[in-house]
Ligand binder design. Sequence first.
Ligand code: AMP
Length: 404
Amino acid sequence: MRFTEFNFHPDLLEGIQSSNYEIATPVQEQVIPPILAGKDIIASAQTGTGKTAAFLLPIIHRLLQNESTGNVRALIIVPTRELAIQIAQHLEGLTYFTSISSLAVYGGSDANNFVGEKKALQMGADIIICTPGRFIAHLNMGYVSIKGLQFLVLDEADRMLDMGFQDEINRIITQLPAKRQTLLFSATMPPKIRSLAKQILVHPVEVNIAISRPPEKILQRAFVVYESQKLPLTKYLLTKTSYKNALIFCSRKQNVKVLARMLKQNGFNAEEMHSDLVQSQRENVLNTFTSGRVPILVATDILSRGIDIDTIDLVINYDVPRDGEDYVHRIGRTARAEAEGMAFTLVGEKEQNSFAAIESLIDKEVEKAVLPHFLGAGPDWHPRKKSTTPKSKKKFYKPRRGQR
Ligand code: AMP
C-alpha cells in the first residue's frame, strides 16, 4: 500500500516523501488505519519493521486536524534515552513541513539538563517522547500540562517492564486523562505485558507482526571458540570482512572497555559505548560512528535496541547475549530497511548452552563456521540443551577438527 492512499494531511505527506518512504511496511499497513479510526492498539513488532512510523504517522495526521493547544497532546514513553533521541529525530523529519512541535525528555546527569527540559515543558509541545523516570520527575513538579492529552504510546513495553519501570509507568498513567487513545508496542508478549494491556487498553485491535526471528537477509554465523581465541578471531573478522560500520556487542561494560582498548592498541579505529559515559559523550561517540569517521563501535546492550543506523552491515557478538530476544535485537542492528548484513557470534565454551537456547527461540540452527587455520582448533560443539532443529541438519554443528 502506498502512503498516498492513506489520505494523510498534505504537509505530513511532504514529510513522508522527503523521508523517502513510498510503500507502507506490513506493520504500518495494519496499524495505521485503526489508529486513524481512533482505536487502541496492542502490537507486537520488533524494531526494523517500521513500527515507529506506524504510530507516528497517524498521530501526526490526527493532531494536524486540530490547532495546537500549547499543551501536550501525545506522550510517547520509551525505555532508553537513545530510543527517545532516535524517535525525536524521526519525528522531526516527518513533521518538518508541519506546525507540530515535539520534545524529547530523557534527562542526563547534570542539573542544567533538568532546567532546560523544565523550561521547554513549561513552553509546551504537541508531542513528548520520554523515558519514564525522568518524565515522572517533571510531572511531580506540577508544570506539565497533560489535561488535553489525546495519545499515549508505550514503545518497547516489554523492555520497559524488564528494566523495572512498571511503577513509573503506572504513576504516569494515573495522571493522564482517562479518555485517550492508547497504543502499546512490544517485541514480545509475555503475560506481564498482557496484564498491563488489560489495565490500560480499551477494546484494543491486536496486531501481530513480530516473530522472534531475525530477518532472513542477515547472514548469521557462529564461531565455537575458547575464550582466548575471541580477540584474535575478532581482529581477523574485522580485517577480512568488508563492511562500512561494524558494531561489536559485549555483555558487560568491563569487556567493552577492555576490547575497545585492545582493538585501538592493534591499530583499529574503534570507539566504545556503555553506561559509564555521560550523555554528551554518548552522543559524540554515536556521531563519530554514524558519520563514518569511526567505523567500529564496541557496545553493551545499551545499543541493542532501537538504534537505527543504516550503514551497520556487520554485527559481532563478542559474548553470547543473555537471552534470545537480545540476540534478535542485537543482530537486527544490521540489515536495516533494504540493506543486507552479517552477524557473527563468538560462542565461548561456557556459552554453548545459552547459544543453543537462542537457536531454539529463533527456530534456526546457525551455521557453525570453520575457524581460520592460524587459530588452531576450537572446542567441540556440544551444548547440553539441544536446539529444536531436526536431527538431519545436525551435521552443520560439528566442523571436523582438521577443517578448523
Ligand atoms: P523502525 O522499525 O521504526 O525502527 O524502522 C526501521 C527503519 O525503517 C528506519 O530506518 C525507518 O526510517 C525505515 N522505514 C520505516 N518505514 C519505512 C517505509 N515505509 N519505507 C522505507 N523505510 C522505512
